[in-house]
Design a protein around this ligand. Structure first.
Ligand code: CAA
Length: 393
């Protein structure tokens, strides 16, 4: 059964092959285990490693750096298929691909690419992106963690606590943003590449979450962690710009994740409405259910188009240098709110069965919520879009 509207551009044979391979993998390897990992909250390391072997941890990274050498459309296609099977798995894929890899590709030196990008893109290492702190979420520049350059200028000493770090409990490499010159505000933040097997790095409290429960999230604690100056990504003081640049790419990934979750909920609802009977008729024959199906389908397709639109804008930006911030934020804003609404309707269409853990519909509903929060809340996306439109800072 296909419920998809044709895209307004042609997918290449390579795109179609990737999509079909990921769909097949997700059906065989992820769907059967998703409920178990959601229930236990364990991290699905084995399937994450397998996704790495398939090239899914470095989709847009050139082959010479361990990636698959494909484009953002390919990334979106893969994210949708994985998220449709299990949002938690797609969260791990999104952080590696669009936050860690993308920042390394754009700002990394050749040496840093060899040392950090190759293991993350090839799936040998799990990456994490650490910006948020207990008292600094949407207002990302107000962080309290600090990095101080040593007297001999060879390393920074990092102290502080980060929170809500996706893959924090398992990451081998962390892209960390911390303050080096607090008096400079945004321009005092520096990006560091952290090796988590070094002294002074500790993993803190693991967050018990409503959804994406198999995607491990934790605090990270730095106590006199010594980071060599070679592991500064970009220039000192360039960290906020690097964080925002990576989030532009990340937001396309979250939009794709939301589309995948919404698609799963929509297809389950369609099937249920075709089969479930009430008052002597299939419930899909009732206009109140038809209204929901029509609105779900329309929002789903609009979300998909905005997401591919953002992917195309990102591809164009590699040539023009123009930012695709607005396209990425619009895609994330719309797709995440659509996913929340669609999964809500899916639970309602399924009635009691939608509320039961016997079906994955309640998981889709719980998983959808995070897409309105992480990598910038819906409120922040609206701020970003409106400021760009109005030419405000
Ligand atoms: N690309 C490049 N540079 C950018 C940029 C972008 N998209 N957005 C802003 N900048 C630059 C600006 O040009 C400006 O640079 P100059 O000072 O040199 O001119 C600088 O950054 C400051 O910009 P603003 O004045 O707009 O900054 P602000 O403090 O008002 O904040 C904001 C803007 C949009 C609210 C931003 O703070 C933001 O996006 N907040 C949300 C943070 C977020 O998404 N957090 C989630 C973290 S990750 C996560 O969810 C967990 C996980 O593990 C996945």
């Amino acid at each position: 059964m296909t419920t998809l509207t044709r895209l307004p551009f042609e997918l290449t044979d390579e795109h179609l092959m990737l999509r079909d391979a990921v769909r097949d993998f997700a059906r065989r390897e992820i769907i059967p285990i998703a409920a178990h990992y959601d229930e236990t909250g364990e991290f699905p390391l084995e399937t994450v490693r397998k996704m790495g072997e398939m090239g899914l941890m470095g989709i847009e990274v050139p082959e010479e750096y361990g990636g698959a050498g494909m484009d953002t459309v390919a990334y979106v296609l893969a994210m949708i298929e994985i998220a449709k099977a299990d949002a938690s798995h797609s969260t791990v894929v999104s952080v590696n691909n669009s936050l860690v890899n993308y920042a390394l590709m754009k700002f990394g030196t050749e040496e840093q690419k060899r040392k950090f990008l190759v293991p993350v893109a090839s799936g040998q290492a799990i990456g994490a992106y650490s910006l948020t702190e207990p008292m600094s979420g949407s207002d990302a520049a107000t962080m309290r963690s600090r990095a101080v350059l040593s007297d001999d200028g060879t390393h920074y000493v990092i102290n502080g606590r980060k929170s809500w770090v996706t893959s924090g409990p398992v990451a081998e490499i962390v892209l960390l943003f911390t303050m080096t010159e607090p008096e400079k505000g945004h321009h005092g933040i520096t990006a560091f590449l952290i090796e988590t097997d070094k002294p002074g790095f500790h993993r803190g409290k693991v967050e018990p979450k409503l959804g994406i429960r198999a995607s491990a999230t934790s605090e990270l604690i730095f106590e006199d962690y010594r980071c060599p100056v070679e592991n500064v990504l970009g220039q000192p003081g360039q960290g906020f710009k690097i964080a925002m640049t990576a989030l532009d790419a990340g937001r396309i990934g979250i939009a794709a994740q939301a589309v995948g979750i919404a698609e799963a909920a929509y297809e389950a609802s369609l099937e249920y409405a075709r089969q479930r009977e009430a008052f002597g008729r299939r419930i899909g024959e009732f206009q109140l259910i038809q209204g929901k199906i029509a609105d779900m389908k329309t929002k789903l397709e609009a979300a998909r188009l905005l997401t591919f639109n953002a992917a195309l804008a990102k591809i164009r930006s590699a040539q023009t240098g123009e930012r695709y911030t607005t396209e990425a934020s619009m895609a994330k804003l719309f797709a995440s709110e659509a996913a929340m609404w669609i999964t809500h309707q899916a639970v309602q269409i399924h009635g009691g069965m939608g509320y039961s853990k016997e079906l994955p519909v309640e998981r889709y509903f719980r998983d959808a919520k995070i897409t309105e929060i992480y990598e910038g809340t819906s409120e922040i996306q609206r701020v970003v879009i409106a400021r760009n439109e109005l030419g405000l800072r």
